[in-house]
Structures are given as C-alpha cells and as structure tokens.
Design a protein around this ligand. Structure first.
Ligand SMILES: [Cu+2]
Length: 99
C-alpha cells in the first residue's frame, strides 16, 4: 500500500464515520380521538396510516402539552405531528372529518 493510498483510505473512513445519523423523520398524523386518559396524560386515537411509519390502528399516544387534554373529547377529529419512533403527538389541532 502506498502512502497516498493509505491517506485516501483514511480520509474515506473518516468521512463515513463523521456522518451523523439522520434526524427523526416528521410525519403528518390524522385520526379520531377515542379516549382521553388524564391519569396517564395520553390520548387514545384511532389513527390513519402514517405514511412510511405505521399502519392505521387505535393506540395511546403521549401529548406534547398536558393542557391539550382538556380540549379534546372522544369523537374529535385531530391532526398532529409525529416523529418516527416517538409515540408523542405534537401540536395537536382539531381537524375537520373526511367526507
Ligand atoms: Cu399507531
């Protein structure tokens, strides 16, 4: 191995190690509130498929702000932002039901 080859190899290795893992992907989340769980500060939502992450299902999610729990009730249509592998709903907003 020439010195130059070694240097190039070293540079290539450093570049591949320097790459930071990709940031968690944000997804649009839509669904219908099934239950508001004040004791666990979570909300059970029958949600639509989250493209690229999760199929449609009913499950409980944590919320970014506890105060939103008082504004939600079963039957509410909501949209929010979710980040991959983080079961928390961010910036929940009331949504209009799909026609
Ligand atoms: Cu889910």
């Amino acid at each position: 191995m020439t010195k130059l080859t070694a240097v190039i190899l070293f540079l290539m290795l450093s570049i591949s190690f320097a790459q930071t893992p990709p940031k968690k992907k944000a997804h649009l989340f839509r669904g219908k509130v099934e239950q508001v769980n004040l004791s666990t500060k979570s909300v059970t939502v029958n949600h639509e498929k989250v493209e690229g992450w999760m199929d449609a299902m009913t499950m409980a999610y944590a919320v970014d702000k506890e105060s939103i729990l008082k504004e939600l009730k079963p039957g509410d249509q909501i949209k929010a932002t979710v980040y991959e592998d983080d079961f928390t709903l961010y910036e929940i907003q009331k949504d209009t039901p799909k026609k």
